[in-house]
Ligand binder design. Structure first.
Ligand code: ASP
Length: 343
């Protein structure tokens, strides 16, 4: 029997048309555009249906509410389809992919996020290939996790990051292997897949927890951040230099983050370097963070760390459990040195 895939169309460049204010999505247009591509009904592709989200969004406008809507749509149709393709703007696709990877617990079907840099209505659009290959991957049922397909490569969703605003290979996965490379054939890298999840599929909806991201820079005046780093901010991702270092001896920052931590704020340290891992305490300039109770984000992307904070705060009440789980590998989103990347 032919497999069936549900396309969840959320907006993004792929379905945009020109307006006097620049490209924007237009409701009702995309289905007609897809119907005009006869190859999408080829016998080599799975059967597919499409659900259009309302409103369609430029992905810069995505919030936890939209992540919940996408997750709910997949959960509502989970038993009816073999796989799912989420059409999404590229700007925040890696955030949504990360969020879904946590929200869709015990996922046993492919969920592939894709989109394009050039709208489908344009002659040189990359959307046609991205969509066709994503449909094939979602229909093949080989990889059973949240992935992101773009520019001939299939990434683990929570390892991907957008690294080009105008290239057609707009994403990469600096700290994890590709799940598949696409040339004449789709070459799966099965040893990189997440192990099959046991247990019943479950959707964990997210709460709009107040979260912050602080990127340190030379000359940062930490005292100016004191008013922001209150107990109102439940989670903070600190993007440190290199292996998770912050400027100076941390004298100014230490009391602020200690206070935030005492108030239940979880501080997670990621790196401004895309490749490599945080190693808290390796340098004097990061030991202050460790002393203050910050947790290591290891080699997680900032996108994955943000999504994981939303997920854990939506699921757990106990700050010490959240802190512990931030440092654990839940969906293949981080590599603990000497530990497994994919379990
Ligand atoms: N601004 C667009 C979006 O993220 C960019 C894109 O789709 O490539 O929705």
């Amino acid at each position: 029997m032919k497999s069936k895939v549900l396309i969840v169309y959320t907006g993004g460049t792929i379905g945009m048309t020109p307006t006097p204010n620049g490209y924007a999505p237009k409701s009702g247009y995309f289905k007609t555009a897809l119907d005009a591509i006869t190859d999408l009904h080829s016998a080599q592709l799975p059967l597919w249906d499409m659900i259009e989200m309302d409103p369609l969004l430029d992905s810069s406008n995505m919030t936890v509410e939209e992540w919940n809507k996408i997750g709910q749509t997949i959960a509502d149709h989970y038993d009816d389809y073999d796989g799912f393709v989420v059409l999404h703007g590229t700007d925040t696709m890696a955030y949504t992919a990360s969020a879904l990877s946590f929200m869709l617990e015990n996922l046993a079907k492919p969920v592939v996020l894709t989109g394009s840099q050039i709208p489908l209505c344009e002659l040189r659009s990359d959307g046609r290939e991205n969509l066709i290959t994503s449909l094939m991957i979602a229909g093949e049922h080989r990889v059973r996790e949240v992935c992101l397909y773009f520019g001939n490569r299939l990434f683990r969703g929570n390892r991907a990051t957008k690294d080009s605003s105008d290239g057609l290979s707009a994403f990469h996965s600096p700290n994890y292997q590709h799940l598949a490379s696409v040339g004449i054939d789709v070459k799966y890298n099965e040893s990189a897949f997440l192990p099959i999840q046991e247990g019943a599929f479950h959707l964990q909806l997210l709460k709009p927890i107040p979260i912050g991201v602080l990127k340190v820079f030379p000359g940062i005046q930490f005292d100016l951040f004191e008013n922001i780093m209150t107990e109102k901010l439940r989670g903070i991702v600190i993007e440190g230099f290199g292996a998770g270092n912050i400027p100076g001896d941390g004298d100014a920052l230490l009391p602020i983050i200690e206070k935030a931590f005492r108030n239940g704020t979880i501080l997670t340290v990621c790196s401004q370097c895309l490749k490599g891992s945080v190693s808290l305490g390796a340098y004097e300039t990061s030991s202050v963070l460790k002393k203050a109770g910050a947790v290591s984000g290891y080699d997680m992307t900032t996108e994955a760390a943000v999504a994981k904070l939303y997920y854990l705060f939506s699921r757990e009440d106990d700050a010490s459990v959240i802190k512990e789980k931030m440092e654990m590998n839940l969906r293949g989103e981080l590599t603990i040195r000497g530990g497994s990347a994919a379990s």
